[in-house]
Design a protein around this ligand. Structure first.
Ligand code: MF3
Ligand code: CO
Length: 260
């Protein structure tokens, strides 16, 4: 069952996603060598609650924290821990928040200090592939159009796209139908309709596409232990142009300041 959203419901989702966007920036500002992923989790949880929202991930299928912190070869669902970040790491921070009954969901991969050019290039391509997918997330296009665009953008640049994990519909539940794969065939798959709200989230590997899940039941890693990147936006489907409900603007603001 796909739940189409009214304009009013989409505005509620914009509010939840704005909290997520600002949470990611709060966390991002504190990322540096020495900080633990559990400290980042506490920053996120306080910020979400201070804004009158509830962390969507906390307790979801027994998930123990408010964000996922996936470092280096961890693809997704890294559990915050006493691990202290070190120079050259990359960390994807995935965050969800619920307010007024609606969820927001977004993810950004940050660098810890200076990272190698190879890794920087992987991050850039993965982020760009998200926007390439979003470009096609408009009424009348098909899920295969979106997936194919993301996949070919990444594969043409020598990277591989994870198959087992996908994006998803989102609304009153964090995960709703349909699944949004980051691969596919142009012209195939279900048609996107006005009022659908979906999370698009490419997970892209420097090496091979294969992944495995650790014994904790969550932490997902690349099988070749090479670096993986992950970016996610929540997007409302409209006629003509996608409406991106989450945002990286707060992150871009402080990343720019950092470079000055
Ligand atoms: N944000 C993830 C997604 O995009 C879900 C995290 S799983 C959780 O689907 F258990 F941590 F919530
Ligand atoms: Co998601």
């Amino acid at each position: 069952m796909i739940y189409l959203k009214t304009d009013e419901e989409i505005e509620f989702m914009r509010v939840s996603n704005d909290i997520v966007a600002r949470t990611l920036a709060e966390v991002g500002k504190r990322i540096r060598p020495g900080i633990t992923t559990l400290q980042l989790d506490k920053i996120a949880e306080s910020f979400i609650r201070d804004n009158g929202a509830v962390p969507s991930f906390f307790g979801y299928n027994g998930y123990p924290n408010s964000i996922c912190t996936s470092v280096n070869d961890q693809v997704v669902h890294g559990i915050p821990s006493a691990y202290a970040l070190k120079e050259g790491d990359v960390i994807s921070v995935d965050c969800g928040a619920e307010k007024n009954g609606f969820h927001g969901d977004s993810c950004y991969t940050f660098c810890v200090g200076e990272v190698s050019d190879d890794v920087r290039q992987l991050l850039r391509t993965t982020k760009e592939s998200l926007y390439v997918g979003i470009e096609l997330a408009v009424a009348g296009k098909r899920l295969g159009d979106v997936g194919c665009a993301v996949q070919s953008y990444c594969e043409n640049r020598g990277y591989s796209v994870v198959r087992e994990m996908t994006g998803h519909g989102i609304g009153r539940s964090m995960h709703e139908e349909p699944r949004i794969p980051n691969f596919g065939k142009k012209g195939f798959g279900s048609k996107l309709k006005v009022g659908m709200v979906i999370a698009i989230e490419p997970m892209v590997n420097l090496g091979k596409q294969d992944i495995y899940i650790e014994d904790d039941g969550w932490t997902t890693r690349t099988s070749d232990n090479k670096i993986s990147a992950h970016y996610e936006h929540t997007v409302a489907i409209r006629a003509g142009q996608a409406d991106i409900l989450s945002s990286f603007k707060y992150i871009d603001e402080f990343l720019e300041n950092n470079e000055k």
